[in-house]
Each structure stands twice: as structure tokens, then as C-alpha cells.
Design a protein around this ligand. Structure first.
Ligand SMILES: [Zn+2]
Ligand SMILES: [Zn+2]
Length: 362
């Protein structure tokens, strides 16, 4: 075993003995919590992710920022989302909800199931993959990313889903912490869809964790406030910070459909194939022009969740909430077509954008 692998195994064992097992005992959830070693691995992966964001992506924002901010006040709530997600919610959700869900579907989760020949999924359908795990992993990734692309299109097109997803877009300072900012109702929905795809393909839980980690890191970087991309060829192969920044742009009143672009999570190929890719546009301010969504910026984490839930309830119980198309929200949270809605004027951007509420030029 290589030194690195052995160090990793020892670190997992240490975290399990000193942190996870005492926590499980304290919470009295030994029956439902899953394997402490797996929880420890998830926690360590989270720490690794935090290290990469905090020690690489965050300093890059100071060195080569896409937007100059007088202060970073509005990024604080996003940092809280990331810390909560990585250190608490994701591991908890994985092992309290997703693992039992996997067991329920019967294809994964137990040791016996993991060791038995695949009874469904890609390995069952194409036994050649048994001998070619790296190709299989690549295929998993491509399918996972393809599903993500269409799910993301739906998040923008179905008004009740936009009511939730709009919280991810309501940020005014898009930074390395923004990826995990989002409605938790939306998070549960997305996780079930993506986990179901993983289960149907027959992805092992450890592979699924790696899938998620890789795409999370690409997404953390693609939200980072930096002005570089991956170059003319690289930007067609992998989503870069320029590409995703354009997805977050504020609606341009002169070109009101320009922001409906760049939905890809990791691979831009889907946007290129389905005609939603946008390249070559200058850096634009990020956020939303709908005052009923921009209001999120007046609140902390709990208030933002509540606002998104109110928009969701306003949309899901009305027929207009199910009619495909871009919407804004009326004062009673009723979805109204964006063309007919009142929008905030476009914000100025770098240099001079302060990103604080006062920076909106009305
Ligand atoms: Zn989006
Ligand atoms: Zn985003």
C-alpha cells in the first residue's frame, strides 16, 4: 500500500474512533447511522474540499478577481452554507437518508450486495465494464452530468422549481463559497434525482462519493471570483469560472434572454450540443433583477430559506407555477412572466462594484 493510501486509512480510523463513534453514541443513532468508517471518510473528504477552497480558490480571488469588491460582506452567508453543507448536512443526509434509500432499492448498500455480481446497472448490462473500471467511471460521470444539465434546465424553466433555485442565483457577490448556497428543499430534490441515477447505473457508494467530490470541486472553482478561464480549447472541455459566471449574470434589459445560458455543471458539451452555450461575453454583474428574489440579500441563512419556501408555496399551488417559462414573482408570490414583471435596474460592475445593497443603482 502506498504511503499516501496508508496515511488516508489511518486518518479515517482516527476520526472514526475519536469523533464519529462518540458522536453516534451520544446521538443514540447507532442503528441507523451506517458505518462509522464511511462517515469518517465523508468528513475527511469534506475537510479536503474546505482546504482546497480556503487555501487555493479563496487566495486566487484576491490575486485575479473578476469583480472588485469594496468588502466581502455578502459572501459571509455563502461561507456559512458551505461549512454547514460540508461538515454537517451532507454527511448526515448521505448516511441517514441516501444509504437507507439505497438499501431500500436493494441494489447497493450492504456488504453482501457489494460483493455479489451486479444484478442491474451498467456492469450487468455491459459485462465488459467489469474489466475496465476507469472507462466505466467516465461513463458514469458523463451520464451523471447529462442528467444534471437537464435537471438544471428544469430548475430554470419550471416556475415552482425556479422559486427554489433562484435562491442560489440571488447572490450579488459570487465567490468560491457560493456553490452550496441554495434552498434545502431544492437540495433534497436534487440529491434524490442524482442518487437515483447513480443507483440505476449501479454506482457503488464510494464511487458515488468520488463523483460528487469531483463535480463539487469543479463547481467550487466555477463560482470563484476570478477572471481567468481554461483557454479556447479547455473552456469547451470543462466548465470554467468565466462560463459559470455568465450563467449567473443579471438579466440584461437590452438582451433579455442572454442569461439563459451555460447550464452545464462540469462538461460544457451539453450546452454546446443543445444550443445554450455562451462564450466571449465580457464579465457581467451577477444576481437577479427580480426584487422578490433579490430580497434574499436582506436575510441570513434561515430568512433566505424561509423566503425561498414562500416563493415555492406561492408557485406550486397555482397553475402558473407549472407552466414552463421564465417567471418573476408578484407581491403575493404568484409567478408572473418575466416580460411583464418589474425588474431592478442593472447593477454596475467592476471596477467600482461594491456588492452591498447600496450598490444597486435605481
Ligand atoms: Zn442556475
Ligand atoms: Zn451556480
Amino acid at each position: 500500500m502506498s504511503t499516501l493510501a496508508s496515511f488516508w486509512t489511518q486518518a479515517i480510523a482516527w476520526v472514526s474512533t475519536h469523533l464519529v463513534e462518540p458522536a453516534i453514541a451520544f446521538l443514540h443513532i447507532a442503528g441507523s447511522a451506517g458505518d462509522p468508517l464511511e462517515i469518517s471518510e465523508a468528513l475527511l473528504i469534506a475537510m479536503l474540499q474546505l482546504f482546497i477552497i480556503g487555501c487555493i480558490f479563496r487566495p486566487l480571488e484576491s490575486v485575479v478577481p473578476a469583480e472588485q469588491w469594496a468588502d466581502r460582506r455578502l459572501t459571509r452567508v455563502d461561507r456559512l452554507y458551505t461549512l454547514l453543507m460540508l461538515l454537517g448536512l451532507f454527511p448526515l443526509f448521505s448516511y441517514l437518508v441516501l444509504t437507507p434509500f439505497a438499501n431500500m432499492l436493494g441494489s447497493l448498500g450492504s456488504d453482501a450486495a457489494a460483493q455479489a455480481p451486479a444484478s442491474s446497472g451498467l456492469k450487468h448490462w455491459v459485462p465488459w465494464f467489469e474489466e475496465h473500471p476507469y472507462v466505466l467511471f467516465l461513463v458514469y460521470y458523463v451520464v451523471y452530468d447529462f442528467v444534471y444539465y437537464w435537471m438544471h434546465r428544469a430548475q430554470h424553466a419550471i416556475p415552482w422549481w425556479w422559486a427554489l433555485h433562484s435562491m442560489h442565483h440571488s447572490q450579488r457577490q459570487m465567490s468560491c463559497w457560493t456553490n452550496d448556497r441554495g434552498s434545502y428543499i431544492d437540495g433534497v430534490l436534487q440529491s434524490f434525482i442524482l442518487a437515483t441515477v447513480g443507483l440505476l447505473m449501479g454506482v457503488e457508494p464510494s464511487e458515488f462519493a468520488l463523483l460528487v467530490l469531483l463535480s463539487e470541486l469543479v463547481q467550487n472553482l466555477s463560482h470563484t471570483n476570478v477572471r481567468f478561464g481554461f483557454g479556447r480549447i479547455g473552456e469547451k472541455l470543462l466548465v470554467d469560472p468565466k462560463f459559470h459566471r455568465l450563467h449567473h449574470m443579471v438579466r440584461d434589459p437590452e438582451r433579455p434572454s442572454l442569461h439563459n445560458c451555460n447550464f452545464g455543471q462540469v462538461l460544457p458539451i451539453w450546452d454546446i450540443l443543445f444550443g445554450t452555450a455562451l462564450y466571449g461575453e465580457k464579465v457581467r454583474p451577477t444576481g437577479v433583477s427580480d426584487p422578490m428574489v433579490d430580497i434574499d440579500n436582506q436575510y441570513g441563512l434561515v430568512g433566505q430559506q424561509w423566503e425561498a419556501a414562500k416563493r415555492f408555496w406561492g408557485a406550486v399551488r397555482r397553475r402558473a407555477g407549472w407552466k414552463l417559462g421564465e417567471v418573476s414573482f408578484g407581491p403575493d408570490y404568484a409567478p408572473i412572466p418575466s416580460d411583464e414583471a418589474v425588474h431592478l435596474p442593472e447593477r454596475a460592475h467592476a471596477p467600482g462594484l461594491t456588492g452591498v445593497p447600496g450598490a444597486i443603482r435605481r
